[in-house]
Design a protein around this ligand. Structure first.
Ligand SMILES: [Zn+2]
Length: 415
């Protein structure tokens, strides 16, 4: 292999002719190249070969992947061309995305790393500012989304929301249940956001949707019923269990408030132990630690209403796991039990479940749960904690697509 071909292999770039390799003490290796004949003078937007306009953009450098411990730069003339459709533009450089100051291989590697490690680790390893990493992710995702239509072939979807900034800012997300991937995301959580999704989907693709699951919010269900009346609306069972957990916590709080105001020192001690019993009540029984099991046992002995509430919550969780016709029958029994439980928050929960009865039964019978959207939700939260202190929605959305939309590029390895 001659030296020039060796250099193009090392850089992981294609369509270039290496002209010179220099060492600059302050910068590292600078590899001067020109665009190969086949890729020359092409519009960056449409790829059409276009007449050369001028050398107006001068000489440019792109950061490439380090070689060993050394920074590497690709340097070339940035020619401007006159595209019939896009006017005068800087011609495409086959080794980089349009507008980038990094090579494609460098960006692909940075994007991959962002899904794997903390922001500070990525910034330090790649020797870039975090803001640059955010822009890389946005560019990579924009390119991938232009290539694949994630909204094609949807049959069964889930609509949910996820907070991306300490619980105050929300993204509306839509997941494809069949392929287990994120297909749409936008800032906000209101009627306009959900409508924007159905607008993007278009009437023809709305008409073939079979299942739509959501968190039971009536305003979402109203929009779904209007936009795709043929679809079966399912109330996400995960959220039903969440409602039960909230009702249980209401009972625990009421009990705690009553006990801590008591004159009986024994009851006040019981109040103190209840304050820390929250996680014991929330967790699945099989995940409890020994101390938490002890707490539950003491609730069972000394606090019958709270114990009843706990059993009601656990039974509902069991129903959701059971699914099918058996689960529907169990739900009937549960509703009767909740009604005579003498626990106001569970009587109220029973009413709420009756209101969502159709959607919950649909989810149980069709064995459709938002387990996937919820796992997507969990993965997203983890990812956001790991990587971003978002100031705006755009990088949060880009990162979500990178990781959960299947849009992350492979590492730019070559043998
Ligand atoms: Zn063009």
């Amino acid at each position: 292999m001659n030296n020039k071909r060796l250099w193009t292999r090392l850089l992981g770039v294609e369509g270039v002719v290496v002209e010179a390799v220099d060492w600059e003490p302050e910068e590292g290796l600078v590899v001067g190249v020109r665009v190969g004949w086949r890729h020359r003078h092409r519009c960056p937007h449409c790829g059409r070969r276009s007449p050369r306009e001028d050398n107006g953009a001068g000489r440019r450098r792109w950061r490439g992947l380090d070689l060993g411990v050394t920074r590497v730069w690709v340097e070339a003339d940035a020619v401007r061309v006159r595209c019939r459709e896009h006017g005068i533009v800087v011609a495409a450089h086959p080794w980089a995305r349009h507008g980038a100051r990094f090579t494609r291989a460098f960006e692909d590697q940075a994007a991959w790393l962002v899904t794997q490690m903390s922001r500070s680790a990525v910034a330090e390893l790649m020797r870039i500012a975090w803001r640059s990493a955010e822009r890389i992710v946005e560019r990579v995702v924009a390119e991938a989304r232009a290539r694949v239509d994630l909204l094609e072939g949807l049959r069964s979807i889930g609509i949910d929301e996820v907070s991306y900034k300490k619980g105050h800012r929300y993204l509306m997300i839509v997941v494809d249940h069949d392929r287990d991937r994120l297909v749409w995301a936008a800032e906000g959580r209101n009627a306009a956001t959900v409508s924007a999704f159905f607008d993007a989907l278009g009437p023809e693709r709305c008409a073939v949707l079979e299942f739509v699951s959501a968190d039971g919010a009536l305003w979402i269900e109203a929009i779904v019923a209007q936009r795709c009346p043929q679809a079966t609306l399912c109330t996400d069972p995960f959220h039903v269990v969440q409602w039960a957990t909230a009702a249980l916590d209401g009972v625990r709080r009421d009990t705690w408030n009553r006990l801590r105001r008591s004159r009986d020192p024994g009851e006040r001690a019981a109040a103190r132990s209840l304050k820390n019993a929250r996680f014991a009540l929330w967790k699945k029984p099989e995940d409890l630690t020994e101390t938490q099991q002890g707490k539950l046992a003491s609730i069972q002995r000394f606090n019958r209403p709270l114990w009843r509430a706990y059993l009601l919550k656990e039974q509902l969780r069991l129903i959701v796991q059971t699914k099918g016709a058996a689960a529907v029958a169990m739900l009937d029994a549960w509703l009767a039990w909740a009604q005579r439980s003498r626990l106001p928050s569970f009587v109220e929960l029973g009413r709420k479940i009756r209101r969502h009865r159709l959607g919950i039964e649909a989810a149980l019978i069709h064995r459709l749960s938002n387990a996937r959207i919820e796992s997507a939700n969990t993965r997203l939260r983890l990812l956001h904690r790991l990587a971003f202190g978002f100031h705006s929605a755009q990088p949060a959305i880009a990162l979500a697509f990178l990781k959960l939309g299947g849009l992350c590029p492979p590492l730019p390895h070559s043998p």
